[in-house]
Write a protein that binds this ligand. Structure first.
Ligand code: AMP
Ligand code: MG
Length: 339
């Protein structure tokens, strides 16, 4: 299959491919998604094939406006409307009781569905033109870092999907925040662009799922199967070094070998002589770090590095999402250093 690269002026074509059961790479503000008509079983099954994704890992469905919530969810609670009003369109997915319309393949047999109204205007326009909800996981091969540019998605999906719409680089850079509203208190399943602090302002109490911060233990059942899989990983093993920024730089400097990869804050980028260094943003600028974290992980796959070391920010705000993605890329191999 030849994958067409479409632009802003080809929205109708992208919508038609989706409506007719094809696979389209779609730009969103979080990461590029691999979209298919969420009401078409075969199209949804093809997402799993293109990604090599385990069948028990459910997908998020994307809608162009909050009013569509009631079509695909039953019992939409008041909290869902309040969250939608405050954070949609935007990088927040709500887990709600599903309606019978949604394909079982989308929900991986769960009685809930993850649903989101994306902040990217082009993306909403494509969905609106298609006239159907669009199921879309991140557009990477399963296990690899998520793509934040059309070129990155093409690295994984060229020849496997019908088309990709190039909408430029993603503004947030990490996948949506997932909040489960089917339990009390609501539970944060995945941190992202809408922060825990923002959710707590609307919801009061929010519980953080243990899988956000540590490896699931033997016998522990994750809330969603996808949370247990190895994720975001470049080919070389990653070690995350957490703590005071100066101390983490010192630690990496004394442990990295010549030729190793280093992900660091801009302020420290000239310290790691002889290493392959990628700076992801200033120490204080966690939004910028989020925007570049997947690009950095992916870039090392084009090098010969045999180990990757990463400085990591604190967990406040969008820092929680950056720490989570780095930790998962490292298989939760995180070293805490003292100042
Ligand atoms: P991706 O954005 O590619 O990482 O994939 C979608 C994510 O949403 C996966 O981690 C799923 O586990 C999660 N997800 C989708 N639907 C549900 C659901 N009904 N309940 C819990 N998590 C979900
Ligand atoms: Mg993904």
């Amino acid at each position: 299959m030849k994958t067409k690269v479409l632009t802003q002026s080809d929205m109708e074509q992208a919508a038609r491919i989706l409506r007719e059961g094809g696979l389209v790479g779609i730009p969103t503000e979080t990461v590029y998604g691999l979209g298919a008509n969420a009401l078409d079983d075969t199209a949804v099954a093809n997402i799993f094939i293109a990604k090599g994704r385990p069948q028990d890992n459910p997908l998020i469905i994307h809608i162009p406006e909050a009013a569509w919530l009631e079509r695909y969810c039953t019992d939409v609670p008041d909290t869902a409307w309040r969250l939608a009003e405050r954070f949609w369109p935007g990088p927040m997915t709500m887990v709600l009781p599903r309606s019978a319309l949604v394909s079982d393949r989308v929900t991986a047999g769960l009685d809930t569905v993850g649903i989101r109204c994306p902040g990217h205007e082009l993306c909403r326009e494509i969905i609106r033109l298609a006239g159907v909800p669009v199921a879309a996981p991140s557009g990477n091969t399963s296990g690899r870092p998520s793509p934040t540019t059309a070129a990155h998605m093409m690295e994984d999906m060229d020849g496997k999907i019908d088309a990709i719409v190039d909408g430029g680089p993603c503004g947030v850079g990490v996948e949506s925040t997932i909040i489960d509203l089917t339990c009390t208190p609501p539970r944060l399943l995945r941190p992202g662009g809408i922060t825990l602090e923002q959710l707590t302002e609307v919801l009061g109490e929010v519980e953080i799922d243990p899988a956000v911060r540590r490896q699931m233990r033997a016998g522990e059942k994750p809330k969603a199967p996808g949370m247990a899989y190895r994720h975001y990983a470049p080919k070389a093993p990653v070690t995350v070094v957490a703590g005071d920024a100066g101390a983490t730089a010192d630690y990496i400097l004394s442990h990295a070998k010549g030729g190793d990869g280093v992900i660091c804050f801009d302020e420290y980028s000239d310290r790691f002589l002889g290493c392959h260094v990628i700076a992801v943003g200033k120490f204080e600028d966690k939004q910028e770090q989020a925007r570049h974290i997947f690009d950095a992980l992916r870039a090392f796959d084009h090098t010969e590095v045999s180990a990757i070391w990463a400085q990591c920010p604190d967990s406040s705000g969008i820092g929680l999402a950056v720490v989570n993605r780095l930790s998962k890329a490292a298989g939760f191999h995180v070293i805490e250093v003292e100042p």
